[in-house]
Design a protein around this ligand. Structure first.
Ligand SMILES: [Zn+2]
Length: 422
């Protein structure tokens, strides 16, 4: 079944055939939404057809993806997605919240959310016969593309700012990608990547540029949908209809805006299919030093003014968000909002999550820091069911992690020394 119909521009609403464009709208540079044939999907599938699948990875949602089954089997690319959800009991009490969960995206094959996008883009690259896939990255998207590419023998080129954390650069190199560090910002790397893709005929994965990244990211929404159905059913047993008034709130950190817009797309797909009666409320969290999307949202405009980004959360450090308009709409259309947090609050959040066994990188902990603020400001209510996303592993940025904690004491190897210390 050919369920991929084409694209529609998120700004001017021009529709394009599948082979007419590859990236953004030629007229206005707007992000393109992938259009699926919802009628034929609906005619062919019921939610049960997906829910009953054995595959726990994101490929269980293949009927809702604009790509076909990726080549090979049982590779890291085939195991992207399917991340766990934890109940945060102790933090809930501290924050005065009754129903708090965390979805841990650091459990993806290369330890970040970006594997979802890269897995789907690599599948697409194979379909169109792309010899080389290229991306600009602050680290995670590159590591994800390099890892997913390595898994199926796809050639990958990664441009990253030279300031990218060492662990992320190590991942890129270990996965065998051609790694080029740019003496500039992520935004410089982004523009250079687009130029090179054009010059050398490479397939460009850039976030907020390639429409398939959001299609991969939307699979997180599908998983949340599945998880929420089960969790919600348990609630009914326990509390009856009492808690139905509060929609699920999903809290996500935002850099270029593509994760939140991808998740929004996933929920919209499910809504359009009639499989999800109510779209969850989305709250975006930005670092104070990199808050271009949030600034525009609060100024009630879709015109995004670039900033000179400065934050410890490198994965969401972006001057010009490439998917900003859709990121604003994701929040606006779902009754959510944007919250800004300081680097200090992000470091605190890393430590807080660590105490419940979750090791988040700064950008991942940003969502939790936003929750803390949203709870204090009454943006979320004590009974609201809330899901926070951790988008990446703390092992990716040890330098930042060490700033979140006190260093360990060094002692002589004697019992006396231990006693003195204790
Ligand atoms: Zn357009």
């Amino acid at each position: 079944m050919n369920k991929f119909l084409g694209y529609i521009c998120s700004l001017c609403k021009t529709e394009y055939a599948t082979d007419e464009v590859a990236y953004t709208c030629p007229k206005d540079g707007g992000n393109l939404d992938v259009v699926l044939d919802y009628d034929s999907i609906k005619a062919k599938y019921q939610p049960e057809d997906i829910l009953s699948r054995n595959d726990p990875s994101l490929w269980r949602y293949l009927p809702l993806l604009p790509v076909s089954e990726p080549q090979g089997e049982a590779t890291p690319l085939h195991s992207a997605g399917g991340t766990p959800v934890y109940k945060l009991t102790v933090p809930s009490k501290k924050l005065g919240l009754q129903n708090l969960w965390l979805k841990d995206e650091s459990k993806n094959p290369t330890a970040s959310f970006k594997d979802r996008a890269s897995a789907v883009v690599v599948a697409r690259a194979h379909e169109i016969g792309a010899e080389v896939v290229v991306t600009a990255s602050t680290g995670n998207a590159g590591a994800a593309l390099a890892g997913m590419s390595a898994a199926v023998g796809q050639k990958a080129v990664i441009f990253a700012p030279k300031s990218a954390p060492q662990a992320k650069v190590a991942q890129l190199l270990i996965f065998g990608a051609k790694v080029i560090l740019v003496d500039g910002t992520y935004d410089d790397a982004f523009d250079l990547t687009v130029t090179c893709a054009h010059e050398f005929g490479w397939y460009c994965r850039n976030t907020g540029y390639n429409p398939f990244t959001a299609e991969g990211k939307k699979t997180a929404a599908f998983e949340i949908w599945e998880w929420w159905q089960e969790t919600h059913a348990k609630w009914h047993e326990e509390f009856g209809e009492d808690l139905d008034h509060a929609p699920l709130t999903v809290i996500v950190s935002v850099g270029d805006g593509n994760i939140i817009s991808g998740i929004h797309k996933g929920f919209k797909d499910l809504f359009q299919l009639g499989w999800m009666p109510r779209i969850p409320r989305l709250i975006g969290v930005q670092a104070e030093g990199s808050a271009a999307v949030s600034n525009a949202f609060h100024a009630n405009t879709e015109k995004i003014t670039p900033v000179s980004a400065r934050t410890i959360a490198d994965s969401i450090s972006v001057d010009l968000p490439r998917d900003g308009v859709r990121a604003i709409r994701a929040v606006k259309e779902t009754g959510g909002t944007y919250v800004n947090v300081s680097d200090e609050e992000i470091l605190k959040a890393i430590a807080e999550l660590g105490r419940v066994g979750v090791f988040a990188e700064p950008a991942g902990a940003t969502a939790y820091a936003g929750l803390v603020k949203a709870a204090a400001d009454g943006v979320v209510g004590s009974e609201d069911p809330i899901l926070v996303l951790n988008t990446g592993s703390g092992l990716k940025d040890i330098h930042a992690a060490m700033q979140a904690v006190e260093s360990a004491p060094i002692i002589e190897p004697t019992l006396e020394a231990v006693k003195r210390l204790l």
